[in-house]
Every structure is written in C-alpha cells, then in structure tokens.
Design a protein. Structure first.
Length: 344
C-alpha cells in the first residue's frame, strides 16, 4: 500500500498491510540525535528510511520571540521566556481581576494576518511529496489559551462563577484561530490532507474539567474549528494528553477522525480498554508509551509492545509514540525498534 492508502484505510478501520505510522515531532536536540544515529542528513531522508506515513507541516508564524502560533497571546503578567516548551498556564493572566465581559477589548488582540506567512505556508506544503499524508500542525488550543488568559485556577473558577466572562474570552480566542486557520488552509489548498488541532483536557488520572463544563464552554469552539477544517476536505486529528476516556464519544460526535495520542499510562487509556469500547467507532494515534517504555525500555521491549498493539489494532490505530514530541531522552535505538516492529 502507499502511504496515503495506508493512512486512509487505517483511520477508516479497513484492512491494511500494516498500520499507518507517525514519528511525531522531534525536538531539535532529539532530531539531531536521530539524524546521527540513522546516518542521514535531513528529516526528509529520515522519514524515507523509516517509511513513515505522515509529514507534519508547522504553521510559519513570525511573532517574536517564540515565532510559534502556540505563543500568539501574551497573557501572562509575569516575565517568562515565551517559548512553546516553556509556557505556563498557571501564571497570573491579563484578565485575572476582570469581571465585565466588555473588558475583553482591553487586551491587544493580535491579527494573525500580520504574522502568518501565507507564501511560506504554500512553499512548505508544496515541498512535501504528495506520497505522504500532509498534516498541518495548527494546535488551535482555545481552551488552554483561555486558561492562560486568567491563570488556570482563576480561569476554572470564572468558568463556573462568571460563565459570560469566560465565554467572551474563549470565543475571542476561537475567532483568532478560525482566522489564522483560514489563512493557512487557503494558502495550502490542494496541498494538505489533514490537520492536527487540540487542547490538553486530561491529567494522568482523569479529566481536569468535568465533561458537562467542557460541553457547555469549550466544545462549541472545538466544533467550529473541526467544521472549518472539514469544509476544506481535511481529516481532523484531535490531540489531548492525559486521561480523556469520558469525552472520547463527544469528540467523535464533534467530527474528529483520529483521537491523539493515546497516552498509554494514563487512566483508562490503555489499548485493550479503548479497543473494548471504541473498536470500529473511531480511530486512534499513539499507543507506544513515551513516559517510561520509550525512555527506559529496551528495543526488545519496544518491539513486544508494538507487536501487541498490532494484535489489538490490526487497523484503526496509527502507531506512534504516546506524545507528539520526541524528546532527547528517548534512545534512537527504540525509535528504530518501533518502526521495524511495525513492518515485521
């Protein structure tokens, strides 16, 4: 099968030669380690060598100092590095002491058209071989940004005690992402197959917010983002770390095509449990534990886990590390074992 055939068959729960795969997003130090280990000069060469199926395309968003769309809003009242891997949701936020929804206009809301480079977006998408599934990495984390807008603890209190204020802020954030995503989708039209969006709703042991509150205050924005992507013919891969078992049915009803990343050690997120409850109803991406197994396990243990996952999910699961980021503490030999076992 081709990469594209394998991806579409996997997420449709149809027979495949082997499940589709995604390497994930190696951080710079880990990326260099992988290139050195596999003796290749570029990520393109690495993906060919691994025979990976999905090629991520990150949005070129030029807003210093992070130059990353996940850091588009400067909500924090305290000074911090403002990098995607050093953000904090718990810092006191701009709206921390505000109660009037009219105050939403006091924040200097950015215009994504000033920072999202449409020409570069098009070049990046056109540069990827159409043999791959070309996936835009949009994130569009409207809930997480709403938490940062107040400071997380305060945000969750405002959600319950002043829902109009919370809704006004999260709606404005959602509008930003709808505009940014439209710019990217228009620039890459005809060169994109899927999109990765999402928010972290789960902790290791359960949801951070009760399902009813998510349905009332967060999922309306999620639905808009999903419908927008679908209007461009894109498959939607929805990310959430942690234990999100109680809302998987909600995500399916919202139109999500793939649930990412199956955080393997989180409560109720083990592959046998997901198979028992959702086989044939949706598809997943992840499953290979990146908290312990890929970090501390041996290549032989990784091989056994991948073979186990293939037995549980001969289709319906894009096999991938259970976190989108490949960190430098994962030995490249374990990545090699993952992909070799996938095709064995």
């Amino acid at each position: 099968m081709t990469h594209r055939e394998r991806f579409y068959a996997t997420i449709a729960n149809q027979p495949v030669d082997h499940p589709a795969s995604w390497l994930g997003l190696p951080v710079p130090d880990a990326q260099q380690g992988l290139l050195d280990f596999f003796k290749v000069d570029s990520v393109d060469e690495l993906k060919v060598l691994l025979d990976d199926d999905i090629y991520p395309i990150e949005v070129p968003y030029h807003f210093p100092p992070s130059n990353h769309i996940a850091c588009a809003f400067k909500f924090a009242k305290i000074s911090h590095d403002d990098k995607p891997d050093e953000r904090t949701l718990t810092a006191p936020g701009f709206f921390e002491d505000m109660e009037d929804p009219a105050d939403v206009d006091l924040f200097p809301w950015p215009d994504p058209a000033l920072y999202l480079d449409m020409d570069e977006s098009r070049r990046l998408a056109q540069a990827v071989s159409p043999e791959y599934i070309r996936m835009g990495v949009m994130w569009s984390a409207h809930f997480q940004d709403a938490c940062a807008a107040f400071g997380m603890e305060k945000a969750l209190m405002v959600m319950l005690m002043n829902p109009e204020m919370f809704t006004t802020v999260i709606d404005r954030i959602t509008d930003f992402y709808l505009k940014a995503n439209e710019l990217f989708y228009e620039a890459t039209k005809g060169y994109l197959d899927a999109v990765l969006i999402g928010n972290d709703f789960g902790s290791q042991c359960g949801l951070m917010v009760d399902p009813e509150s998510l349905r009332a205050y967060v999922f309306p924005g999620t639905k808009k983002l999903i419908d927008q992507a679908k209007s461009y013919g894109l498959k939607v891969i929805h990310h959430s770390c942690g234990s999100i078992f109680p809302i998987i049915d909600d995500l399916v009803e919202l139109g999500v095509d793939v649930i990412h990343p199956i955080q393997a050690l989180a409560q109720d997120m083990d592959a046998p449990n997901l198979k028992a409850h959702f086989e044939g109803k949706t598809s997943f991406c992840g499953g290979v534990d990146a908290q312990h197994l890929l970090v501390n396990g041996s290549p032989e243990q990784v091989t056994r886990k991948v073979i186990e996952l293939k037995g549980l999910f001969p289709t319906g699961l894009i096999i991938s590390p259970s976190h989108e980021a490949i960190l430098q503490d994962i030995p490249p030999a374990n990545i090699k074992a993952l992909f070799e076992a996938l095709k064995s």
